[in-house]
Design a binder for this molecule. Structure first.
Ligand code: ADP
Length: 250
């Protein structure tokens, strides 16, 4: 449903994406693995043109993603983004943070006044229930732990009722127990809601535990693609050349 073809992105002399072809599928948790600098973050941001690219195309349900304007905004509404540092508004309640996920689908005036309908509030509460935080709806966002804030970020993305969620190193700053909860939330969003989830990670064990499909990147290219069971020593050597296996597995 999201089709990426021949994507090339350069930063000066650095080729961050060197001809990437990839499909994101509804209902699938796709994990992109790779060492730092492999191009994972650039790939994720190129999908909804947060970074412009030199060549190639991205299409959603067969329609090429426009470079600007209303057509691009409408694609962005269908794609939820999750970053390492969740970007919540600390002084707002958890519920209001989740409701901001609804802003893109409101007509302009209510969106400016931030007047949310009961339907929006119901959707936001359902999304909070999906990450088991409905009981915290009225707390200020900055009262929650880092892991809980990341899960509010997931609820906010879900409130967009997106076709896809793109998550860039969403568990980088979380302890293993919390990281597993967050990755479990993302996988459930894929499986239960039919969302195409793309998740950049640098931890191989999490990919082995949570991915339906794994893509390995190195130096701007896809060097491995397969189910998590295929992520063997040979695959890891392609993704992390020169790196001791124990380090990749850490
Ligand atoms: P990853 O997410 O796998 O760590 P990135 O997509 O962040 O990789 O980076 C890919 C390459 O592009 C790296 O060589 C990085 O230094 C370079 N790069 C990324 N963003 C920029 C930028 N804004 N300006 C210049 N170079 C960049």
């Amino acid at each position: 449903m999201i089709e990426i073809r021949g994507l090339v992105k350069r930063y000066g002399a650095v080729t961050a994406l060197d001809g990437v072809d990839l499909q994101l599928r509804a209902g699938e948790m796709l994990v992109v693995l790779g060492p730092s600098g492999a191009g994972k973050s650039t790939l994720l941001r190129a999908i909804n043109r947060l970074v412009p690219f030199e060549a190639g195309s991205v299409s959603v349900d067969g329609t090429a993603v426009a470079a600007e304007g209303a057509a691009l905004r409408s694609v962005r509404r269908r794609i939820g983004m999750i970053f390492q540092d969740h970007n919540l508004v600390p002084r707002l309640t958890v519920l209001k943070n989740v409701l901001t996920g609804r802003l893109g689908s409101l007509p302009l005036l209510p969106s400016l006044a931030q007047v949310f309908s009961q339907r929006d509030i119901d959707i936001a509460m359902q999304c909070l229930a999906r990450v088991e935080l409905q009981g915290r709806a009225w707390d200020r966002a900055d009262r929650l732990s880092g892991g809980q804030q990341q899960r509010v970020g997931i609820a906010r993305a879900l409130a967009q009722q997106p076709a896809a969620i793109l998550a860039d190193e969403p568990v980088a700053s979380l302890d293993p127990k919390t990281a597993r909860i967050v990755l479990g939330d993302l996988r459930r969003a894929a499986h239960e809601l039919g969302i195409a989830v793309l998740c950049n990670l640098h931890q191989v064990p999490y990919a082995r535990e949570f991915a339906d499909r794994v893509v390995g990147m190195h130096a701007g290219r896809i060097v491995f693609e397969g189910p998590r069971e295929a992520l063997d020593a040979q695959a890891l050597a392609r993704i992390y050349p020169g790196l001791a296996l124990e380090a990749a597995l850490a």
